[in-house]
Design a protein around this ligand. Structure first.
Ligand SMILES: [Zn+2]
Length: 491
C-alpha cells in the first residue's frame, strides 16, 4: 500500500529524467526536460578542464565496507587450483571497474555519460581492447567498437557484435551493463583458450549513454548509431546542470559533426549479442543460471498533469476543495490494481507537487507513469484504465487532468531463429521476456539479428546498489556467451 510517506520519499528522491530507460523503437516525442534537480548526495565533483558538473564522480578509493555490493570474489569453478585464464581475467577486470564512479556512502554507481567516471570507463575499455590486440574505433557517437586487428577478417561484411554498456543509473548497481562488457572480453579469452577459430570478425561493443541518466534519452548511443535519434535532437538534450550534450561533447574535445547515423558500420554487422544481468527474478524462480530473451515488452512514459486550486489546509472545508492530489492518488491505486490484473507493470516513481507546502492544498501535481505490458494492446488498455479511474476522481473534485505520452517504445521480438539456436546451444536454457529496455532492442528494431542472454539475479533487484549476480553464474554467463559467439562466428 502506498503510504503517504512513500509519496514524500518519491518527491525527495527523483531519480532521473522522464525519458530514461525507454530503449527500443524510436522516441516518439522529446519534450523539454525540467532537469534542475541536482541532488546527488555524496557525489564528489572532480575538477577538470570542462565545465563543473554534478555528474562527475571518479572515486578511486575502495570503500571496504560496501565492497560486497559489487565485488567479484575469485571463486573460479573447479577447473584447476587457480582457475582458468578467462576466469582470472574476469575477476581482474571486475576488480578494476569496481571503484570507478562509485559513491562510497551508498555503494552505488554514478557513471553518467561523458562524466569523469565515464571517461575512465572508456579508457578502461580501450586498455582491454589493446591488451587483446583489438583495434579500437569510435563511431563518432561515443560507441566504442573493438575490431580484430586482422584487416582481412575485420573487412568482412558479417561482423558479430558483442557487448553492452558501462554507464549507470543514479546510484545503480555494478552489474547492469558492465557484466555484458566484461563477459564479452572474457568470452573472447575463453574462445582463445579453447582454440576456437572465428571465421567472422567478433567486435566488442561498449555502447554510450545506455541509461540516459544524464540527458534523459535511454540508449542514446545506439539510437544515434541506428538513426532512430536525430543528431540535432540529441545534441540539444540538456542535463540537470543545464548543459547541452553539444556543450559537454565540445568540452571533451569531441567532434560534433561526427555525431550521426552510421549505416556504413551497421551494414557490416550480421548479428549482435548482449549479455545482461537479469532485472527480475525469472531465472531465480526457474533455478537456471543463464537464460535467453524472447522479447522486450512494449513500454511507455506518460506525464500526468493534475490541476486544482491551492488553498489553506486548515480553513478550507473538505467539500470546498479542488485538491488534485486525490485524482493522483486514484491514479496510483488504479495503476497498482490494473497492472496486477493484467500481469503488467505500472509505476509512479516521480512526482512534483506545487506549491509543496505541508499546510497547503496543492495547486498541481505532476506525475510520471512508467507502464509496461506483454503486448501493445494490453499497454494501451492499462494506461486507459488508469486514466479513466483518475478522471472519475477529478470530475468529482472539479480538478483537471492532462495526459501526455513522453515516449512510447514498441514491443521488440528478438530474432526467433537466433533465440532458439541459443537456447538449444545452452542445453535448453529458459526463454523469457523482459520489461527492461536495452541497446539490443534498438539494434533489433533496426533489423540487426539480435540475441540477448540473461544471467540470474538472485533477488531480481536492479538499478540499485543491491543488484547482484553470483560469481559462478557470471562465469556460466561467460561460457554461454562464448558458445553463442562460436556458433555465430563460424563461417
Ligand atoms: Zn543495462
Amino acid at each position: 500500500m502506498p503510504e503517504p510517506v512513500a509519496i514524500l520519499v518519491a518527491v525527495e528522491q527523483e531519480e532521473r529524467p522522464a525519458l530514461a530507460e525507454s530503449c527500443a523503437g524510436g522516441v516518439d516525442r522529446v519534450l523539454e526536460q525540467s532537469v534542475h534537480d541536482a541532488r546527488m548526495n555524496g557525489v564528489i565533483a572532480v575538477g577538470a578542464n570542462h565545465p563543473p558538473s554534478t555528474y562527475d564522480i571518479a572515486e578511486l578509493g575502495h570503500g571496504a565496507s560496501l565492497r560486497h555490493h559489487g565485488s567479484m570474489d575469485p571463486q573460479p569453478e573447479t577447473h584447476g587450483q587457480s582457475g582458468r585464464a578467462h576466469e582470472r581475467e574476469f575477476v581482474r577486470m571486475w576488480d578494476e571497474l569496481e571503484p570507478i564512479g562509485r559513491d562510497r556512502s551508498t555503494g552505488g554507481y554514478h557513471r553518467y555519460a561523458w562524466s569523469d567516471a565515464d571517461l575512465l570507463l572508456r579508457e578502461w575499455f580501450a586498455g582491454e581492447a589493446a591488451a587483446r590486440g583489438l583495434e579500437l574505433t569510435d563511431d563518432g557517437n561515443g560507441n566504442q567498437l573493438a575490431w580484430p586487428a586482422d584487416a582481412e577478417l575485420a573487412g568482412r561484411g558479417d561482423a558479430v557484435l558483442v557487448g553492452s554498456h558501462l554507464d549507470s543509473v543514479p546510484d545503480g548497481g555494478a552489474y547492469d551493463g558492465p557484466l555484458g562488457v566484461v563477459s564479452a572480453f572474457a568470452a573472447l579469452d575463453l574462445l582463445a583458450e579453447r582454440g576456437v577459430r572465428l571465421d567472422r570478425p567478433v567486435v566488442v561493443a561498449g555502447f554510450s549513454d545506455e541509461e540516459g541518466s544524464r540527458f534523459g534519452i535511454a540508449c542514446a548511443g545506439s539510437r544515434l548509431m541506428t538513426g532512430s535519434l536525430a543528431p540535432d535532437a540529441a545534441l540539444g538534450m540538456r542535463d540537470r546542470d543545464g548543459l547541452s550534450l553539444a556543450e559537454v561533447l565540445s568540452a571533451r574535445g569531441r567532434d560534433l559533426a561526427a555525431v550521426r547515423a552510421r549505416p556504413d558500420i551497421l551494414d557490416r554487422v550480421s548479428a549482435f549479442v548482449e549479455l545482461h544481468v537479469e532485472q527480475g527474478r525469472g531465472l531465480a524462480d526457474m533455478d537456471a543460471a543463464v537464460g535467453v530473451a524472447s522479447a522486450i515488452w512494449p513500454h511507455g512514459r506518460f506525464r500526468l498533469d493534475f490541476t486544482g486550486e491551492a488553498n489553506h489546509a486548515g480553513t478550507t472545508l473538505m467539500q470546498d476543495r479542488r485538491d488534485p492530489m486525490l485524482a493522483f492518488a486514484a491514479a496510483v491505486l488504479a495503476a497498482d490494481e490494473h497492472a496486477r490484473e493484467a500481469g503488467a507493470r505500472a509505476t509512479f516513481g516521480r512526482v512534483e507537487v506545487l506549491p509543496g507546502g505541508t499546510n497547503a492544498i496543492p495547486s498541481s501535481v505532476r506525475a510520471w507513469l512508467d507502464a509496461r505490458a506483454p503486448d501493445e494492446a494490453s499497454l494501451v488498455a492499462l494506461v486507459e484504465a488508469i486514466t479513466l479511474q483518475a478522471r472519475g476522481m477529478s470530475r468529482r473534485d472539479g480538478t483537471g487532468l492532462d495526459v501526455t505520452p513522453e515516449s512510447v517504445s514498441a514491443a521488440v521480438s528478438f530474432d526467433t531463429a537466433l533465440r532458439d539456436a541459443a537456447a538449444a546451444l545452452l542445453g535448453g536454457a529458459p526463454v523469457l521476456p523482459t520489461g527492461a529496455g536495452h541497446d539490443a532492442g534498438v539494434l533489433s528494431q533496426h533489423g540487426v539479428p539480435t540475441v540477448m542472454l540473461f544471467v540470474r539475479n538472485p533477488t531480481g533487484v536492479s538499478h540499485s546498489p543491491y543488484e547482484h549476480a553470483d560469481p559462478d553464474d557470471c562465469l556460466a554467463g561467460v561460457r554461454a556467451l562464448a558458445d553463442v559467439l562460436a556458433h555465430l562466428a563460424a563461417a
